[in-house]
Design a protein around this ligand. Structure first.
Ligand SMILES: *[C@@H]1O[C@H](CO)[C@@H](O)[C@H](O)[C@H]1NC(C)=O
Ligand SMILES: *[C@@H]1O[C@H](CO)[C@@H](O)[C@H](O)[C@H]1NC(C)=O
Ligand SMILES: *[C@@H]1O[C@H](CO)[C@@H](O)[C@H](O)[C@H]1NC(C)=O
Length: 494
């Protein structure tokens, strides 16, 4: 037994960022085990997605990292379908092998690919190019070619139950299940740049949504892919689509979130939600937000000394804040990308060397993602319970305490997520720990015993300093830190 526990201890330590990254846990809270790890197949449903971007431009290689996919526990993955890579020699001659491998390989691993229809195709006059700043195909053979490719993609990867008469004569991906496949299609990505206007995007989105829904009447259509939660752009887009008659086909508006403190996007997200709701039953989706593990990152969030420690903390806060707000959220990105100019996009949950694109190893953010995806499946729902957080001495400094209570849909158990937010996550050796007293008004809910899950340390501890009286759980000595930790009902086995 002792040897067995020692082995578990090693596993937990391997998943930790750096002992100097995790917060301090009170010595009287006994170690129970490593965090519970579930893979994508063993989680039935959740709102967590991982980004699998860039394969349309061969910035990462699916076969190099697919063995790590299920270990994230993500239920969705964002795939850029790459018009030019699919149709590399001009009109109607498709090359599907690379994308079939990805879609079929993801589905086999318990992960549903959600497909982004992008970018241009230089084989068509005015068809744009394969890059993310491509002009839109707006008219003539380019637009016709785009819509034909859209139809072919949707027919090829949608579950059979979803597809309609427009798919007659279209091929399906060999080996794809008839009941599983891609159910969500997003029109382009970060559309308003390099001369592309929101009005032109509205026209592209309307025409593309029409093609998607004719091919698969049961499919979801996401528009936006905005670089931030921009209610003004969403309003212009949805107004444009209303005038063209296609707004009713939209099921989601997506945006990306790259603020250095994940919580900083919340008021803009609320405004976006309010705007989208004016146009129908439209969900909002965080479709790609991440933080790099190195300040030399080529894509995002420059000007801060990002490390694997601050990245892991950022990911924990992005995931739980969005889960709390009932938003499907996709962490950018699965693996570091190699850009054609020799740069590295270091937002990967897994490292890669460039230019070989070989993976190195999962980063702490990978384990933190998995720990949280393993906890917060679709059985857990945010509930606004009355929670107070009081520092034992002094205050929270420049931080704001964030709390969220979750209730299971078939039991009366509750969990509480706690973190210090509002600031960029710190690096190893700088992690703040604010000793606090937390009270939770139970409201008829029940926990036989309380445990502490630390997704960055990769550990579970039994909380020894709690009491219950007058409907109130009181926990003293809670080590609040600048990443998400979770008070859970201890499992019986703990
Ligand atoms: C996922 O977890 C289940 C249950 O523990 C296990 O049976 C299955 O082999 C795992 N799948 C992968 C791909 O690791
Ligand atoms: C917009 O979409 C609607 C619904 O599919 C369609 O009837 C209409 O023709 C489309 N308009 C344009 C300009 O694409
Ligand atoms: C950035 O973080 C690394 C790793 O913690 C550290 O070694 C380095 O000194 C830091 N650099 C700056 C400029 O703070």
């Amino acid at each position: 037994m002792r040897a067995f526990l020692a082995a578990l201890c090693v596993a937990a330590a391997a998943a930790a960022a750096d002992s100097r990254c995790a917060g301090k846990i009170p010595s009287s809270w006994s170690w129970v085990g490593p965090v519970v790890s579930r893979n994508s197949s063993s989680i039935q449903h959740s709102q967590f997605s991982v980004g699998a971007e860039g394969m349309d431009r061969q910035l990462t290689v699916f076969d190099n990292w697919k063995s790590y996919l299920s270990g994230t526990g993500a239920k969705f993955a964002r795939v850029q379908a790459g018009w030019e890579r699919c149709e590399p020699e001009g009109a109607g001659s498709y090359s599907w092998g690379w994308l079939d491998n990805i879609v079929v390989g993801m589905v086999a691993r318990g992960v549903e690919p959600w497909i982004e229809l992008s970018f241009g195709n230089s084989n068509y006059p005015n068809g744009g190019n394969a890059g993310s700043s491509s002009p839109f195909p707006q008219a003539g053979p380019a637009l016709a070619g785009w819509l034909a490719w859209t139809t072919a993609v949707v027919c090829r990867y949608s579950p059979v139950d979803n597809i309609g008469a427009a798919c007659a004569g279209h091929s399906r991906a060999p080996g794809l299940s008839t009941v599983l496949g891609a159910n969500i299609f997003q029109v382009w990505d970060e559309p308003v740049k390099a001369g592309n206007t929101i009005q032109a995007y509205a026209a592209l989105a309307n025409a593309t949504a029409t093609a998607v829904s004719l091919a698969a009447p049961g499919a979801q259509v996401w528009v936006g892919g905005f670089s931030s939660p921009d209610a003004g752009l969403a309003d212009a887009l949805l107004t444009g689509m209303t005038h063209m008659g296609g707004v009713g086909l939209v099921t989601g508006v997506s945006y990306h979130s790259f603020t250095s403190a994940p919580e900083a996007a919340s008021s803009a997200v609320s405004a976006l939600r309010a705007t989208a709701s004016k146009y129908g039953d439209i969900e909002i989706v965080q479709g790609g937000g991440g933080a790099p593990s190195s300040p030399a990152d080529a894509a995002s969030q420059s000007g801060y000394n990002w490390t694997e420690c601050s990245q892991a903390k950022w990911v924990s806060r992005r995931m739980v804040q969005d889960h709390q707000d009932d938003i499907t959220t996709s962490v950018f990105t699965m693996v570091d990308m190699c850009t054609p100019d020799g740069g590295v996009v270091a937002d990967g949950l897994i490292g890669a060397t460039c230019p070989s694109k070989q993976v190195t190893k999962p980063k702490p953010a990978y384990y933190a993602f998995n720990a949280l995806a393993s906890l917060f499946d679709a059985h857990w729902h945010y509930r606004s319970l009355s929670i107070t957080v009081t520092p034992a001495s002094g205050g929270f400094g420049s931080y704001t305490p964030f709390t969220g209570a979750y209730v299971h849909d078939t039991s009366s158990e509750f969990w509480v997520a706690l973190w210090l937010g509002g600031q960029t996550p710190t690096n190893a050796g700088e992690t703040p720990t604010v000793d606090s007293t937390v009270t939770i008004r139970a409201d008829g809910l029940f926990a036989p015993d309380l445990c502490w899950v630390d997704p960055v340390a990769g550990s579970r501890h039994r909380i020894s300093t709690w009491s219950f009286g007058n409907g109130l759980y009181t926990i003293t000595g809670v080590p609040l830190s600048d990443y998400v930790t979770v008070v859970v009902a201890c499992p019986e086995a703990a």
